[in-house]
Design a protein around this ligand. Structure first.
Ligand code: NAD
Ligand code: HSE
Ligand code: NA
Length: 439
């Protein structure tokens, strides 16, 4: 038996993820010690209620309601309480006392990341957060370490399991958004009391801010992430997408781009988009997550797996724990989160992408030409046009549906085009506007 130096590990929070971390650490502690080169002693678990039921057995003597004392005696602090406070204060206390910190708290990192990383750098400690983006899927470490020698061009992520589950049910089972959301809630994916963090895209936006900051060495604040959720997506849009060879996915997009004025910057955005069925992300079903990375030298890479779940996410936390322990063994300062590039963040109006617009129009001579003119007047180039004619109730006023695919255009030009279409005499209604990504 090798005698290792002992590291004192404090756990804050014993909910879905925390309880599994405690249980796995107690069960596999010896093996993890061999991998880390240091003993990993769970010295305490801070909880709110000593008697609350838990998903895993934790010896009663490890439980405490005194988080602050626990933090002060630890070499490594694992924060799995969630929320902004007191998580932020506890992490600041832990770093100040010289401990390394592991967290899965995307809300905190997306909001107060710079403050936490700055303090970690000042005191020479390390902040690990693999669990904060896409749960069990290794994505933080690949971006920070494996791809540190490359340049990331774009990240397209399915980083919210609840919305992917809902959109997948709409696509594969023909369920309405309401029915699919009810199933997601029943299965425990969406929050019962308030599913808006998922379906309005807030959770995905937090993860986007974290990924974009890391990928482009630039601080990307949460409020700079453009966000649309999935609540306006209809079953008609999902069906039409399928017939046209697409699937609708809620995407977290982090992209280095040059806007129409030649300004190079970072775009961070979340919205439901059409993804070609041939794209690897189209094959991500149910509540699974995937992150598709386009890198200059490495080309395309995809990371796929469980983006949530107590024991799955605990895997990411324990991976961080072994990394933190190895760093303690080796010594030296932590690796700072680099924001050296400091690229400007492009507002959504500057973003350039492709679109698909569906219109209900009057079916009479000159309509197609009038619609095409509106696109060209606003500098938007049409790539494809598909027309289908509806019988309609009034034979004297036949109606047609036009589906128009565009070449790349700026959001500002596209918005102006849509506004002009909406007031045009020949357009009865603009029934759908979706971006096309991943092609
Ligand atoms: N559940 C997942 O699948 C998942 C995936 C990725 C990341 N995360 C993140 O991991 C963190 C934990 O998530 P979870 O699902 O385990 O949450 P949870 O709500 O199941 O557990 C949080 C626990 O922390 C406790 N807690 C809250 N405030 C406390 C305090 N002041 N002192 C002591 N205990 C306190 C709560 O009582 C609860 O038991 C969150 O930041 C979450 O965003 C969760
Ligand atoms: N609510 C999140 C959990 C993980 O962050 C999801 O649906 O993916
Ligand atoms: Na992860």
């Amino acid at each position: 038996m090798i005698e290792y130096r002992n590291l004192r590990v404090a756990l804050l929070g014993a909910g879905s993820v925390g309880a599994q971390v405690a249980s796995l650490l107690l069960e596999h502690g010896d093996e993890l010690a061999n991998r880390a080169g240091a003993g990993l002693e769970l010295v305490g678990v801070a909880v709110r209620d000593l008697d609350a039921p838990r998903t895993a057995n934790i010896p009663r003597e490890l439980l405490t309601t005194d988080a602050e004392s626990l933090i002060l005696g630890a070499d490594i602090v694992i924060e799995l309480m969630g929320g902004l406070e007191p998580a932020r204060t506890y992490i600041l206390q832990a770093l100040t006392s010289g401990a390394d910190v592991i967290t899965g708290n995307k809300a905190l990192l997306a909001t107060h990341g710079p403050e936490l990383f700055e303090l970690a750098e000042q005191v020479g400690a390390q902040l690990y957060y693999e669990a904060a983006v896409a749960g069990a899927i290794p994505i933080i470490r690949p971006l920070r370490d494996s791809l540190a020698g490359d340049r990331i061009k774009r990240i397209l992520g399915i980083v919210n399991g609840t919305t992917n589950f809902i959109l997948d049910r709409m696509d594969t089972a023909g369920e309405s958004l309401e029915v699919a959301l009810a199933t997601a809630t029943e299965l425990g994916y969406a929050e019962k009391s308030d599913p808006s963090a998922d379906i309005e895209g807030f959770d995905a936006a937090q993860k986007t801010a974290i990924l974009a900051s890391l990928a482009f060495h630039t601080t990307v604040p949460l409020d700079a992430v453009y966000r649309e959720g999935i609540t306006a997506i209809t079953i008609e849009q999902v069906d039409a997408a399928r017939k046209a060879g697409y699937v609708i996915k809620l995407l977290a997009i982090c992209e280095r781009m040059t806007d129409a004025d030649g300004v190079e910057g970072v775009s961070a955005r979340v919205y439901p988009a059409l993804v070609p069925r041939s794209h690897p992300l189209a094959a991500v079903h149910g509540a699974k997550n995937a992150v598709f990375i386009e890198a200059e030298a490495a080309g395309d890479l995809m990371f796929y797996g469980a983006g949530a779940g107590g024991i799955e996410t605990a895997s990411a936390v324990l991976g961080d724990l072994v990394s933190a322990a190895r760093r303690h063994v080796i010594g030296g300062p932590g690796v700072a989160e680099s924001t050296h590039a400091n690229l400007p963040i492009l507002p959504i109006s500057r973003v350039i992408t492709r679109y698909q617009i569906t219109l209900s129009v009057v079916d009479q001579p000159g309509v197609l030409a009038a619609v095409a003119t509106l696109f060209s007047e606003h500098g938007v180039s049409v790539e494809t046009v598909t027309q289908s004619v509806q019988a309609g109730a009034d034979p004297a006023r036949p109606s047609a549906t036009l589906v128009i695919g565009t070449h790349e255009a700026s959001e500002a030009d596209l918005a102006a085009t849509v506004a002009a279409l909406e007031t045009s005499q020949v357009v009865r209604a603009v029934t759908s506007v979706l971006r096309v990504e991943g092609s």
